[in-house]
Design a protein around this ligand. Structure first.
Ligand SMILES: *Cc1c(COP(=O)(O)O)cnc(C)c1O
Length: 413
């Protein structure tokens, strides 16, 4: 029927099982889950897979290293509650996220707040809550000094350092060179003097070099450099280091040919650094903060086929969801070259009749593309298209108001 050549295929998405021709999500066949949710499109996050992921990570991390969830990756309140019971702390990046983390019952001592341009109101919320604030500018030091005085509570602070190195092979660089994040390493000694002079409660350093990295050697290299830099800076600190947040950046495979991150070497390196810290910075706890790696693979986006049409020999499946719910899958959230996310027809898992289809959403823009010429099971209107690897940077990272379609539903199953 079509002469189009399909795009290369993905590795199988192993965490979800199949039974009787359907994907199984949260212990039930996908079509039943869709009926339970009541409408499409929706995101489903599997709590069992989330717990499994944390357990697997803990099995390779030394017990001395604390694991934080960076909730920017998925701020759904029920999911944050679930994660709060699994990890050691939550990292927030706004006053709104702080509220969700506190509502989830997270111990304020284990919440940290990073992000450029924190407003005075957000800083006041943070001081009053008693959480750790990662300072990113000299203005924040002054604001916090005045707020500490007003609230009679010394602000708990760490310095977010913009390092003098970059995270190699990172999908998104967030440290090194000129950046809006953190204080440049060469100015940190002055910031530390100021923090001491203003009477803030200094507790440590935060270094976050980048995101979506699949190369263990690059992550190991960045963590070693972050540790060495923090150790050097600690000599200028007004108080001993209690927390040393080495960032994260652990990636997950999205595209054909991508390999899973090798955790063993990262775990071994963190064990070595932790050992070193126990003598060089006694009392300092090493922390890593992960978003995508913890939640990305536990979530799917489900959208229903509305129309099936052929244009000049190319088959289009038009679905009821699109880039307004899932900007990342459309390739418009930071990707340089658009590639297909792993996609399947979730209610026709065993189908032998295949075809090459392009999946598009209902928005009146050619950017609303969810799968470009992929080989999929033959699908008809009513069938359920599933996009895997959708647990991170999905609903909250998409322009839901664009074109006035209904908001997406999210369920934790
Ligand atoms: C975005 C962000 C994270 C989470 O990054 P992931 O790639 O999702 O793990 C962690 N820390 C900080 C400071 C961030 O800005």
């Amino acid at each position: 029927m079509t002469v189009e050549r399909s795009q290369p295929v993905h590795a199988p998405m192993t965490p979800f099982e199949t039974a009787d021709g359907e994907l199984v999500v949260g212990g039930m066949p996908l079509s039943r889950l869709a009926a339970r949710v009541g409408r499409t499109p929706f995101y489903a996050y599997d709590r069992h897979l989330l717990a499994q992921r944390v357990a697997k990570l803990r099995s390779v991390l030394p017990p001395t290293v604390k694991l934080h969830y960076a909730m920017k990756a998925n701020p759904m309140p029920a999911l944050v509650c679930h994660m709060a019971g699994l990890v050691d702390g939550i990292d927030v990046a706004s006053g709104g996220e702080l509220k969700v983390a506190l509502d989830a019952g997270t111990d304020p001592r284990e919440i940290s707040f990073a992000g450029p341009g924190k407003s005075r109101e957000e800083l006041r919320q943070a001081v009053a809550a008693g959480i750790l604030i990662n300072i990113e500018s000299f203005r924040e030091i002054d604001e916090l000094a005045s707020l500490s005085q007003k609230l009679s509570l010394p602000a708990r602070v760490a310095v977010r350092v913009n390092p003098d190195f970059e995270l190699k092979s990172s999908g998104m660089k967030m440290g090194g060179g000129p950046k809006q994040f953190g204080i440049d390493a060469e100015h940190v000694p002055d910031a530390l003097t100021e923090i001491g002079r203003q009477g803030l409660a200094f507790e440590g350093f935060h270094l976050f070099a980048g995101s979506q990295n699949l190369k263990a050697e690059a992550i190991v290299d960045a963590q070693c450099k972050a540790y060495a830099l923090a150790r050097r800076l600690a000599e200028r600190a007004p108080a001993p280091v209690r927390f040393l947040n080495l960032g994260g950046g652990f990636g997950i495979p999205y595209f054909p040919g991508e390999q899973r991150l090798d955790l063993a070497s990262i775990g071994a390196n963190l064990a070595a650094l932790s050992q070193q810290a126990s003598t060089e910075m006694p009392g300092a706890e090493l922390v890593i903060e992960l978003g995508r790696y913890l939640v990305g693979e536990a979530g799917i986006y489900v959208t229903r086929v509305v129309d099936r049409k052929i244009s000049r020999g190319q088959l289009f499946l038009v679905v009821d969801g699109g880039l307004h719910h899932h900007l990342s899958a459309s390739g418009n959230f930071g990707q340089v070259i658009r590639k297909n996310y792993p996609v399947t027809i979730g209610n026709r898992m065993g189908a032998t009749k295949k075809e090459i289809a392009t999946i598009v959403g209902p928005l009146c823009t050619p950017l609303d593309l969810l799968a470009d010429r992929m080989e999929l099971a033959h699908a008809e209107p009513g069938d359920l298209v599933v996009i895997f690897q959708s647990g991170a940077y999905g609903a909250s990272a998409s322009p839901q108001g664009f074109l006035g379609h209904p908001a997406v539903v999210e369920v934790l199953v």
